[in-house]
Design a protein around this ligand. Structure first.
Ligand code: FES
Length: 121
């Protein structure tokens, strides 16, 4: 995928190509990998595939409700806004996503800027 229309909606895949309660990684030239998540209710979210704690791959985490649990140290990250659940603090940038006619679309411009990585406990 190229960045020709970075501020436009870009077709990603069919909804069926995302496993329920699962994720896949979207590789885009010039961008850090993006993790796409699908909930049990077929909502789709996109976050930078980098945990705000120490950079773990969120795409390999466990989706539960509308959060993903990072596979490295079990932080829970809200899919809707990328924020870590309390007491943890941090944010993974999110990307606007929509599903129309069972097709997933994304805008390749992150909505939120990442906060500084949290200090180790
Ligand atoms: S890197 Fe994700 S919880 Fe530590």
């Amino acid at each position: 995928m190229n960045m020709a229309n970075a501020t436009q909606w870009v077709r990603v895949c069919a909804l069926d190509e995302l496993p329920p309660l699962g994720a896949r990684v979207l590789e885009v030239e010039g961008l850090a990998p993006i993790a796409l998540f699908r909930t049990a209710g077929d909502a789709v979210f996109a976050l930078r595939d980098r945990c705000p704690h120490k950079g773990g791959p969120l795409s390999q985490g466990i989706v539960s409700g509308e959060t993903v649990t990072c596979p490295l140290h079990n932080w829970n990250i809200r899919l809707g806004d990328g924020q870590a659940c309390a007491p943890d603090v941090g944010c993974a940038p999110r990307y606007p996503v929509k599903v129309e006619d069972a097709v997933v679309w994304i805008v390749l411009t992150a909505v939120d800027q990442p906060q500084a990585l949290a200090e180790p406990a």
